[in-house]
Design a protein around this ligand. Structure first.
Ligand SMILES: Cc1cc2nc3c(=O)[nH]c(=O)nc-3n(C[C@H](O)[C@H](O)[C@H](O)COP(=O)(O)OP(=O)(O)OC[C@H]3O[C@@H](n4cnc5c(N)ncnc54)[C@H](O)[C@@H]3O)c2cc1C
Length: 415
C-alpha cells in the first residue's frame, strides 16, 4: 500500500486545484456541502447545479472516466477519485447527477445502441437533462426482481402501468431508467424488460414524499397507460435483469464508502464548547474515551478506503474492502450523531438551527443517516453479500426459484 500520490497523480491534483481555485470558492473549516437527503427541488438550486455541471463539461472536468467518444476524458479511476477529493473541498451546488452519470450513463454505454448513446449521453454529460432511477416498488426493494409494474406491447409502443417508489429526484428529472414486468409466466428474473422513459410523458404522476428531516429527496411515481416507444427499450424483451445488474453494480461502486464516518473534527469542537458537570465536555474522561474510539474507527475506515484507492492507483480492481465502507461508515456516522446530541443536553432534543449548537447539523445528520443505511443495499443485504461473496458461506434459501412469477404465492400480478 502506498497512500502518496505518484508524480503524475500529484501533477493532476495540482491541475484540478488550479481550475477549482479559478472557478469555485474554497469551503471554510466549519462549512460542508449539502448532504444526501437535502431538499433539492428548489428551481434556483437545480439551476445552480446545472450551471456547475455545464461549466465542468465545457472545461473538460466532467465524466473524467467516460470514453472520449461519448464526450468523457478517458481518464483513469484514480484520476477521477483525485478530482472528487479536490472538488469536495470547494463550495458546490448539490450533486443532482449521481444517478445519471454514475448509473444510467454507464448502463446506456454498455447496453444501448449507437443511436441511443448519441441521443442521451451528450445531454446527460453536459447536465442539460437530469436522470432518475425507477426500480423500487412498494413490494420490491431488496427483492427487486419481485416488481409488479407491467409493460404490454402495443404496435411500436409499450404501455406501462404500476407504481414506483423512493425515486430520488423524480420531481425535477427529464429521463428515467425503468424496469418493469413484461411476462409473468416465467420465473421472476426472466420476465423483466428495461426501458428509458421520458418523465414528462402523459400518464406519469409524481408525488413527493416528505422525510423525517423535512426534505423531499424522493417520490412515489405512478404510471397510468404511459406509452414508451420501442426505440427506448434498452434490453432484449425479458432480459431486463441483466441490464439492471449493470446499473446496480455501478450504483454500489458510486455509493461506495458513502457513510464516511466524517465529522470527527466537528465532534471535538462541540465537546470543547459544551459543558458537562461544570467543565467543558472535552475535559471529562468518559467523553474523551468515547471520542478517541470514534477517531480510531474513523481512521480505520479511511485507511481501509485508501486500500481501494491504492489498488485503483496501481490499475487493479478494489477488493472486498470496498463493500465494507457503507456498512461500517453509515453506522459509525449514526453513532457519532447520537453521541453529539447527547452532549448537547436539552438542546440536543431540538432540531432548530437557531437553538441547537453547530446549527443543528448533528440533528439533521441523525435523521438523514438511516436512509443511507437503506439506499443502494440495506445493512442486512450488504451482510448477505459479504457472507456469500467474501466469506464463502452458503447462499440464502430461495423458495421462489424456478417458479413462474404469477404462481409465486404472494398475490396475483396485474397482467
Ligand atoms: C435515500 C434513499 C434513496 C433511494 N433512491 C432510490 C431511487 O432513486 N430509485 C429506486 O428505485 N429506489 C431508491 N431507493 C430505494 C432503495 O433501493 C430501497 O429502499 C432498498 O432497496 C430497500 O428496499 P425496501 O425499502 O423495499 O426494503 P425491504 O427490501 O422491504 O427491506 C425491509 C427490511 O427487511 C430486510 N431484508 C430484506 N430482505 C432481506 C434478506 N434477504 N435478508 C435479510 N434481511 C432482509 C432489509 O434489510 C430491511 O431491514 C432509495 C432508498 C433510500 C433510503
Amino acid at each position: 500500500m502506498d497512500f502518496n500520490d505518484t508524480p503524475e497523480e500529484a501533477a493532476f491534483r495540482a491541475e484540478a486545484r488550479t481550475w477549482l481555485d479559478a472557478n469555485a470558492e474554497l469551503l471554510s473549516p466549519d462549512e460542508s456541502n449539502a448532504n444526501l437527503l437535502d431538499e433539492r427541488d428548489d428551481p434556483d438550486t437545480i439551476q445552480s447545479a446545472k450551471d456547475w455541471q455545464k461549466k465542468k463539461a465545457d472545461s473538460g472536468w466532467a465524466c473524467l472516466t467516460w470514453p472520449t467518444e461519448y464526450g468523457g476524458q478517458g481518464k483513469t479511476s484514480i484520476q477521477s477519485v483525485i478530482w472528487n477529493q479536490e472538488e469536495a473541498r470547494y463550495k458546490t451546488p448539490p450533486n443532482i447527477y449521481g444517478i445519471g452519470l454514475g448509473m444510467c450513463g454507464p448502463t446506456i454505454m454498455t447496453h444501448g445502441t449507437d443511436e441511443q448513446r448519441q441521443r442521451w449521453l451528450p445531454e446527460m454529460l453536459s447536465g442539460v437533462k437530469v436522470w432518475c432511477q425507477l426500480f423500487s416498488e412498494p413490494s420490491a426493494g431488496s427483492d427487486l426482481a419481485g416488481l409488479r409494474s407491467t409493460a404490454v406491447p402495443d404496435g411500436d409502443d409499450w404501455i406501462i402501468n404500476g407504481q414506483k417508489i423512493w425515486t430520488t429526484g423524480a420531481q425535477f428529472c427529464d429521463w428515467g431508467i425503468l424496469v418493469v414486468r413484461s411476462d409473468a409466466n416465467v420465473p421472476k428474473h426472466s420476465g423483466l424488460t428495461y426501458f428509458v422513459v421520458d418523465m414528462h410523458s402523459p400518464g406519469i404522476e409524481i408525488r413527493p414524499i416528505t422525510q423525517i428531516n423535512g426534505g423531499q429527496g424522493f417520490n412515489e411515481v405512478f404510471f397510468t397507460d404511459v406509452r414508451i416507444p420501442d426505440a427506448q427499450r434498452l434490453s432484449e424483451v425479458g432480459n431486463g435483469w441483466a441490464v439492471a445488474i449493470t446499473t446496480l453494480m455501478n450504483e454500489r461502486s458510486s455509493i461506495g464508502g458513502g457513510g464516511g464516518g466524517g465529522g470527527i473534527r466537528d465532534l471535538i469542537e462541540l465537546a470543547r464548547s459544551v459543558e458537562v458537570d461544570g467543565k467543558p465536555a472535552l475535559e471529562q474522561s468518559g467523553v474523551r474515551e468515547k471520542i478517541a474510539t470514534f477517531y480510531t474507527r474513523t481512521k480505520g475506515l479511511k485507511l481501509t478506503g485508501n486500500r481501494s484507492l491504492s489498488a485503483l492507483s496501481q490499475g487493479k480492481t478494489p477488493g472486498p474492502e470496498a463493500s465494507l465502507g457503507k456498512l461500517v461508515g453509515a453506522r459509525l456516522a449514526q453513532e457519532m450523531a447520537a453521541f453529539a446530541m447527547e452532549l448537547q443536553g436539552a438542546a440536543g432534543a431540538l432540531n432548530d438551527p437557531d437553538a441547537s449548537p453547530q446549527a443543528a447539523e448533528w440533528q439533521d445528520r441523525y435523521l438523514s443517516i438511516p436512509g443511507l443505511r437503506i439506499a443502494g443495499g440495506t445493512d442486512e443485504i450488504l451482510r448477505n453479500i459479504i457472507s456469500e461473496r467474501v466469506l464463502g458461506l452458503p447462499s440464502e434459501a430461495r423458495a421462489d426459484k424456478g417458479i413462474a412469477f404469477r404462481d409465486i404465492p404472494s398475490g396475483p400480478p396485474s397482467n
